[in-house]
Structure formats: C-alpha cells, structure tokens
Design a binder for this molecule. Structure first.
Ligand SMILES: *[C@@H]1O[C@H](CO)[C@@H](O)[C@H](O)[C@H]1NC(C)=O
Ligand SMILES: *[C@@H]1O[C@H](CO)[C@@H](O)[C@H](O)[C@H]1NC(C)=O
Ligand SMILES: *[C@@H]1O[C@H](CO)[C@@H](O)[C@H](O)[C@H]1NC(C)=O
Ligand SMILES: *[C@@H]1O[C@H](CO)[C@@H](O)[C@H](O)[C@H]1NC(C)=O
Ligand SMILES: *[C@@H]1O[C@H](CO)[C@@H](O)[C@H](O)[C@H]1NC(C)=O
Ligand SMILES: *[C@@H]1O[C@H](CO)[C@@H](O)[C@H](O)[C@H]1NC(C)=O
Ligand SMILES: *[C@@H]1O[C@H](CO)[C@@H](O)[C@H](O)[C@H]1NC(C)=O
Length: 247
C-alpha cells in the first residue's frame, strides 16, 4: 500500500494559485488525470472558430485549442494514457478541484464511466449530477471529495479490467469542461489509501441537488467514508510534479 505524506490537494491549490491560473478548468486530484490539459493556444482566427484544429503556422503539424483544451469531448483533448491508477472494483473515491470559474458562481458536475481500455463511449453515469456553488463570481480554489463513488447500475467488473472515469463540469452557460483518468480495477486492499487529509471538501464550496429528478434515493453523495477508506495518491505526486513542470 502506498501512502502520501502531505496534504496533496491543498498543495495543488496553492501551487495553481501561485501560477495565477484563472481560466475555468478541472483537476482530478484523485485518482489522477490523463495529463496536464490546462492549455490554451492558437487563436480563434487561426481555427476559424473551431475548438481544435491543425495549426496553420509554419510546417509543424500540431493541434491548437484557442478556447482551451478541456472543452473538447470526451477527455479534454487527451488521448488514452497508459499510466492507470488502481481503483476499487466496488467503487471508490473521486476528488477534484472545480477550478477557477471566473464569472461563474455555480456549475454542474457529472461523473461517468467508460468501459474498456479505449472506451467506446463515456455513457455510464456513476452519480446523479449535482451542483456546486462557489462563494461568489470570483475565481474560487477548492477541492471536492466524493469518498465512495459507486459503479454504474448493472455494471460489474473484475480486478484487472480497464475503464476510464470522466469528470464533466458544465458552466452556467451550458458549455462543458472534460477531464478523464484511466483506471484498472483492483481489490480494495491493492489500492492506495485515501484519507481525510488528501480527500476533503473545502468549506467554501457548497452543494445543491438538481431537482426534477427521480434519482435522489440512489445518490452517491449520501455515502460516508468507508473503512478502510479505499484509494489514493500514488498518482498525485506525479500529477503535481507534471503540473508544475508544464504550466
Ligand atoms: C499520467 O502521466 C502523465 C504524463 O506523465 C501525467 O501528467 C499524469 O498525471 C499521469 N496520470 C496518472 C493517473 O498517473
Ligand atoms: C500563428 O500565427 C498567428 C499570426 O502570426 C499568431 O497570432 C498565432 O499566435 C500563431 N499561433 C501559434 C500556435 O503559434
Ligand atoms: C516548430 O517546432 C520547432 C521544434 O519544436 C519549434 O522550434 C518551432 O518554433 C516550431 N515552429 C512553429 C511555426 O510553430
Ligand atoms: C497547443 O497545445 C497542445 C496541447 O498542449 C499541444 O499538443 C500543441 O502542440 C500546441 N500547439 C502548438 C502549435 O504549439
Ligand atoms: C457504450 O459502450 C458500451 C460498451 O462499453 C456499449 O455496451 C453501449 O451500448 C454503448 N452505449 C452507447 C449509447 O453507445
Ligand atoms: C438493471 O437491471 C435490471 C434487471 O435487468 C433492470 O430492471 C434495471 O432497469 C436495470 N437498471 C439500469 C439502470 O439499467
Ligand atoms: C463532500 O460533499 C459531498 C456532497 O455533500 C458529500 O457527498 C461528500 O461525502 C463530502 N465529502 C467528504 C469527504 O465529506
């Protein structure tokens, strides 16, 4: 079992704040993400308004994302990765930073599962969508931790199976940010530990249920920390380092 000494999430918040990152985005703190996709490059003139296009500059064949990479379905412009995090066969923790939602005090959150090594779709919801409320329209750093996200209804998996967890954050204008982490299912005892130190809710982000829903009784958010608290953070140290290097 791998452990992580310091409070990684808090550290990430401080790190990103220090770098003055103010665009809307998400960071999946646990179980990690495919890689740093907090990039915006190129211009909307260059892509003629497309969210992603080949750069027309010079001879380099390279994509540009003038609105920001995370707005691209299904995984924010990141291809399937090979560094998979072990995640419990019966469901486990997901922790994320909803980001600097400048001008957006609220957002909806979705967490979906895609099955297989290269998922055909991300169409298996794991939780009922819910709303997060920031303290104001100012950018708000903070962390959300769902300690026990279950598998989608009627899906069962075995240790060694591959899947991808997709986090979607829709802004109040309806556009969505995408982020993913590739996982390999494992027995809970083979998964690194999640604790209250590395998976916690910031006090200044509150939650609202989305009503007109029949799914309130199957709401994952009612779950509490289980013991042993499944999961974290081998990936976290790596993710933090990469973020620091790439920003
Ligand atoms: C996977 O590797 C990328 C690139 O090194 C890194 O940014 C990312 O954090 C890693 N993800 C996990 C879950 O380890
Ligand atoms: C491409 O060239 C245009 C015009 O010179 C420039 O504004 C833009 O930033 C360049 N894009 C990249 C990705 O270098
Ligand atoms: C093409 O790629 C090279 C090497 O990465 C870089 O030095 C150069 O600036 C790039 N040119 C353009 C027009 O993007
Ligand atoms: C734009 O950013 C993407 C994502 O980081 C990168 O893959 C691509 O090479 C960049 N394009 C240019 C022209 O720099
Ligand atoms: C999504 O992919 C799964 C396989 O992972 C498949 O069984 C299912 O039919 C697909 N659903 C849609 C809506 O395409
Ligand atoms: C799960 O399977 C049961 C039995 O086949 C079915 O009644 C139910 O509608 C399924 N639930 C979902 C969410 O697909
Ligand atoms: C964070 O808040 C959500 C929504 O109320 C809740 O489901 C979850 O259990 C909380 N996380 C922790 C670590 O208490």
């Amino acid at each position: 079992m791998r452990t992580y000494q310091s409070s990684g999430s808090q550290w990430m918040v401080l790190l990103l704040m220090g770098l003055g990152l103010v665009n809307a985005h998400t960071v999946i703190v646990y179980p990690g993400y495919r890689g740093n996709n907090l990039h915006t490059n190129g211009t909307v003139e260059e892509t003629n308004g497309l969210g992603v296009a080949m750069s027309s500059n010079g001879t380099n064949n390279s994509l540009v994302y003038p609105y920001g990479q995370q707005w691209i379905y299904p995984c924010g412009g990141m291809p399937t990765s090979t560094n998979r995090t072990k995640w419990p066969v019966g469901g486990g923790a997901v922790s994320f930073q909803p980001g600097w939602f400048q001008g957006h005090a609220t957002a909806f959150i979705y967490i979906n599962l895609g099955l297989g090594t290269v998922p055909e779709n991300m169409s298996h919801p794991m939780i009922s969508p819910f709303q997060i409320n920031g303290p104001s329209n100012e950018p708000y750093p903070g962390t959300v931790c769902l300690p026990q996200v279950p598998l989608p209804a009627n899906i069962s998996v075995s240790p060694g199976d591959h899947a991808t967890i997709q986090l979607v954050e829709t802004a109040k204008h309806g556009a969505a940010l995408y982020n993913c982490v590739d996982i390999e299912f494992a027995e809970p005892e083979d998964v690194a530990e999640v604790t209250r130190d590395n998976c916690f809710n910031s006090t200044h982000i509150t939650f609202s249920q989305i009503f007109a829903s029949t799914s309130l009784t199957s709401d994952a958010r009612r779950e509490t920390f289980s013991t042993p608290f499944p999961a974290v953070v081998a990936a976290l140290a790596g993710a933090l380092t990469m973020t620091m290097l790439m920003l």
